[in-house]
Ligand binder design. Structure first.
Ligand SMILES: N=CN[C@@H](CCC(=O)O)C(=O)O
Ligand SMILES: [Zn+2]
Length: 431
């Protein structure tokens, strides 16, 4: 077999009933095993899935006939599900450190965007960059995410905004998906409707996405040169309105993509209502969601992907996370890594969600594991430590798992190892 982890002090499973999402009060009732007189073990089979979980003696007995390629002694460590980052924009060239200074001096996100900065600045640099250059920086960022405990990440295109540049970004993501040396699972999102490109109206941009970009993506998917899982639109005042968003999302659904889009971020747009009607898998941001939108999402069970770094950096008002949880909306978290919000660390995101959005550490854990996997349609295989699931695991060097969140910006110290599909993706002792 591939791997045996033994002698752990705690196994934080997240959930143990093969739930697709965990909502409401259940977010507080996390499934956790504590070592009593002896430690805890996890056995991983050759396909990289969890084959057994229990006390050291029970697992030794259950797998007495087997040998393991690797054995990790997890004495003094807690084992957690590998973290899932449900929203990132990780392929781009040209940082925006100068805009951070502008924002600190009082400029809003839309001031910068309308002045030709923001997404437009990144589009200009990303269009000029070669596929190799984008690939190199993307892989560096993925490696940094892995060190922070992420084992499944959603990656968007969206800094190309024309057929060739969007395909270039999707190819960069595809190359990393196929690179066995980068041990992280990826869900790919086409976001050709991330902004209205210079020189076009939003109507022309909508047409371009539907009539040119999406058909080109479809052709690449059919030829098995690209894998794309989700369709995204930035549904926002002065970007794409609700009707344009509906048309683009529907075109994505027609070619088999899951809806996972930006809504109700800076202005109330009734995006949550639209997404619920279209049975969106996930809707991100939602700082400006209406009460009707919350009810609609609770009914459709679309996952709300909350992005604490955005509200923090842009000093936006907090999304009504407590109301969403209490109403039964499945809540997930994402880093929103992008040139505006340069954060690759999900433990930091969890900490911000707890302090700024009043989530408990258990809720933040559910939101970065099973519910984040659900936002990507992957909670049957990812997002919890359960027999049969992919062995994406995190070893935290502490007596209790909560240290991952409590030690603010301390993941460099707390994360001892990261496992993806039963393989060692990161081991602190070798770094
Ligand atoms: N709001 C739209 N997209 C990103 C920001 C992208 C950018 O500023 O480059 C977000 O999720 O925050
Ligand atoms: Zn985003």
């Amino acid at each position: 077999m591939k791997l045996l982890i033994k002698s752990a002090s705690q196994v934080m499973q997240a959930c143990d009933q093969n739930q697709i999402t965990v909502t409401g009060n259940e977010m507080k009732n996390v499934a956790i095993l504590n070592a009593d007189n002896e430690g805890l073990s996890i056995a991983v089979d050759n396909d990289g899935n969890i084959a057994g979980l229990g006390t050291d003696s029970a697992i030794t007995k259950q797998f007495s006939e087997e040998s393991f390629d690797h054995v990790i002694d997890a004495t003094g460590c807690c084992v957690l599900p590998g973290l899932v980052d449900a929203h990132t924009h990780p392929v781009w060239a040209g940082d925006r450190v100068h805009e951070f200074a502008m924002k600190l001096a009082g400029a809003t996100y839309m001031d910068v965007h309308k002045a030709g900065g923001g997404i437009h600045f990144t589009v200009e640099h990303t269009r000029k960059a070669s596929q190799d250059e984008l690939s190199r920086t993307f892989k560096e960022r993925l490696k940094r995410m892995i060190k922070c405990g992420t084992t499944l990440v959603e990656c968007k295109s969206g800094y190309g905004l024309d057929v060739e540049s969007e395909l270039k970004m999707l190819r960069v993501i595809e190359e990393a998906r196929r690179d066995n040396s980068i041990k992280i699972d990826i869900s790919t999102t086409f976001c050709g409707a991330h902004a209205v490109p210079r020189g076009k109206t939003s109507e022309e941009a909508t047409d371009d996405v539907i009539k040119r970009q999406l058909p080109a993506v479809r052709e690449e998917m059919e030829a098995r040169r690209l894998t794309v899982d989700n369709i995204d639109v930035f549904c926002e005042k002065s970007v794409f309105d609700v009707e344009q968003t509906r048309r683009i999302l529907q075109s994505g659904v027609d070619m088999g993509l899951m809806i996972n889009f930006h809504g109700d971020e800076l202005h109330p747009m009734r995006a949550a209502e639209l997404g619920s009607e279209l049975k969106a898998q996930a809707i991100s941001h939602l700082e400006e969601i209406s009460d009707d939108g919350i009810k609609a999402m609770a009914k459709s069970q679309s996952v709300a992907v909350i992005l604490p770094t955005t509200a923090y950096i842009l000093r936006l008002r907090a999304p009504p996370v407590r109301k969403m949880i209490d109403s039964g909306v499945p809540v997930a978290l994402g880093s929103d890594f992008n040139p505006n919000a340069f954060c690759l660390s999900m433990p930091t995101v969890m900490h911000l969600a707890c302090v700024n959005f009043k989530m408990s550490m258990e809720e933040a854990l559910i939101a970065t594991t099973i519910n984040a996997a659900a936002a990507l349609g992957k909670s049957q295989t990812h997002g919890s430590v359960e027999v049969g699931k992919r062995a994406n695991l995190l070893l935290v060097k502490a007596s209790r798992w909560e240290h991952l969140v409590y030690q603010f910006a301390g993941h460099d110290f707390t994360i001892a190892a990261v496992i993806c599909g039963g393989e060692i993706a990161y081991d602190k002792q070798f770094h």
